[in-house]
Design a binder for this molecule. Structure first.
Ligand code: PA5
Length: 439
């Protein structure tokens, strides 16, 4: 099972007493989650979601995934934020690093997670004449970025295979009743899955939002859910250790948490984590700023700042026990590169020494260090990690005394964008913003 160790976070900025002092608040937070008595208690569907997933439900998702895989060389998953990052994180953590360049039955691609004209042009260009399908994911069913991508790709798919066949290659994941996507899916007869009302986007990876694309990519969603169930049932100590230590550090002036990995496959896991914690805690002018680095890559760019810059950070390292494959550094008689001192060693051994050396150096440089160890990048451990971070986020948000389950601040850019685009219903905002810009 994954494990948390906060020993190297103690002794400089905070001590064990400050962490222990937050334990009652963490336990009270967990109780509020359990009893549904805290802020945002209408969005607690994720709390016992893993253990409520039935084998029949997973079989149905796998059957849909198989149907898409049997017809499509590419399946484009359309969604943004919580309707995108969980699937992307798990797929990248499990996939071959060069999957995009190797033959595969089905490639899972992503769209609707930006408004890049060239991105969409390049995607459309790639899909021309190809067998492709679409999973369109939006809880609200009205988000602009995925709506644009879906309009373009739906049109293209219908032109390539006809409207009736296109309808068999499009799956919609959305609200049970509300939103434009629900209406459209009903009208067009798409297969649909529901995002439960009480599960917010960033907590939705273990719903069909994440499970369907992950299954289409060929990964074991049963093992993923099994891992999450294990963590849901285990509860307690590691979750409290993480939540209390990070809040003690925050109170001691460490406002930035840097989530670091020594495995490039975890890059998007950190992106998922950034959304989970950033959107949950960054409110009421409070909240730890979630940042991330990929090591050793970023030690050659950000390493100087981390070692020596302003002391407002702490680090959380996700350490992966075993790589999936074995590569040994060869001996070289001439030794012109001077590397024979590590000849015969696994690349991962060198990586682990870099990891240990970095942790020691950063602690010496005044960066408190939390360590999360994951035995291997496998579905089961990723499931544990997902639930671990979700639960710790709820606990941590309540310790911080914010509502961890809303995101009112996300609306501000949308309001301005709609006003600037003259969206019907935004007439007053359009007038006001144009006056502000002097237009
Ligand atoms: O966490 C959230 O609620 C957001 O990131 C949403 O997931 C994101 O904005 C996408 O929303 P929707 O699924 O309604 O298109």
């Amino acid at each position: 099972k994954i494990q948390v160790n906060n020993t190297a976070a103690l002794g400089q900025v905070i001590d064990q007493e400050q962490v222990a002092a937050l334990r009652p608040a963490a336990e009270a937070a967990a109780l509020k989650l359990e009893q549904g008595t805290g802020l945002g208690n209408d969005f607690l569907g994720w709390l016992h979601l893993p253990s409520s997933i039935t084998p029949d439900f997973l079989n149905d998702i796998e059957a849909t995934a198989q149907s898409l895989r049997s017809k499509c060389q590419y399946v484009v998953t359309i969604g943004i934020g919580g309707s995108y990052l969980g699937a992307k994180a798990v797929i990248e953590a499990l996939a071959d690093n060069f999957a995009a360049y190797k033959p595969a039955t089905t490639h899972v691609l992503f769209a609707g997670n930006n408004i890049g004209e060239d991105y969409l042009y390049d995607l459309i260009d790639l899909l021309k004449g190809k067998q492709f399908g679409i999973i369109v994911i939006s809880k609200s069913g009205t988000t602009t970025e995925p709506s644009i991508a879906f309009r373009l790709l739906k049109d293209m798919l219908e032109q390539q295979v006809g409207k009736a066949e296109a309808a068999t290659r499009i799956v919609a994941v959305t609200d049970a009743r509300r939103g434009a996507l629900r209406g459209l899916a009903t009208q067009e007869g798409y297969k649909t899955y529901v995002i439960p009302d009480n599960v917010g986007g960033r907590f939705s990876v273990l719903t069909p939002v994440g499970l369907l694309p992950i299954a289409v990519a060929g990964y074991d969603i049963k093992a993923l859910v099994e891992g999450a169930v294990e963590m849901e049932k285990a509860g307690g100590d590691d979750i409290f250790t993480y939540a209390t230590t990070r809040n003690a550090l925050y109170r001691a002036g460490r406002k930035i948490e840097l989530l670091v990995n020594f495995n490039p496959k975890l890059h998007y896991f950190a992106e998922w984590w950034k959304q989970l914690y950033g959107e949950s805690e960054g409110k009421d002018h409070k909240g730890i700023f979630p940042a991330a680095c990929d090591f050793t890559t970023d030690l050659h760019s950000m390493g100087q700042w981390i070692q020596d810059g302003e002391r407002t950070i702490y680090e959380t390292v996700i350490s992966v026990g075993e790589p999936a494959h074995s590569v040994v550094i060869p001996d070289d008689k001439a030794n012109l590169d001077g590397l024979n001192f590590i000849a015969g060693k696994h690349v991962d051994y060198v990586n682990k020494m870099a990891e240990l050396g970095t942790r020691l150096a950063h602690v010496d440089g005044g960066v408190p260090n939390l360590l999360i160890t994951v035995p291997a990048l496998k579905e089961k451990y990723l499931g544990q990690l997902i639930y671990f971070f979700e639960k710790a986020c709820g606990v941590s948000g309540y310790i911080l005394d914010v509502n961890p389950f809303n995101q009112p601040g996300v609306e501000a850019y949308k309001k301005n964008m709609f006003a600037l685009l003259d969206k019907p219903g935004y007439e007053a905002e359009s007038k006001a913003i144009k006056a502000k810009l002097g237009k």
